[in-house]
Design a protein. Structure first.
Length: 94
């Protein structure tokens, strides 16, 4: 499959759907455009590294948020189970 990222053509071998790969390429291209400083010329390599760092930061933050949400779900589930167990115990001794 061929894809273009920031004007650079790449050939990829992948089992992923072409539409998904295009979405990824478009996302990276948009990040590169955002990273370009107006009036300042940066090398493609420098832009690629900056974008890689930006995307790695986004991934890290998303993982932290996911872990936080998973902890909250576990804690709430445990509270609900304790409540239900207490209710069941109260009704059986009631």
């Amino acid at each position: 499959m061929k894809v273009s990222i920031a004007g650079h053509k790449l050939s990829l071998r992948t089992d992923a759907k072409p539409r998904y790969i295009k979405e990824l390429a478009d996302y990276v291209t948009a990040k590169i455009e955002q990273a370009k400083a107006p009036g300042k010329i940066a090398t493609t390599q420098a832009l690629a590294l900056l974008v890689a760092l930006t995307i790695a930061d986004e991934l890290h933050q998303a993982r932290e948020e996911k872990e936080k949400l998973e902890r909250q779900v576990r804690e709430r589930t445990q509270r609900i189970l304790r409540y239900l167990e207490a209710e069941e115990h109260a009704s059986s001794t009631g």
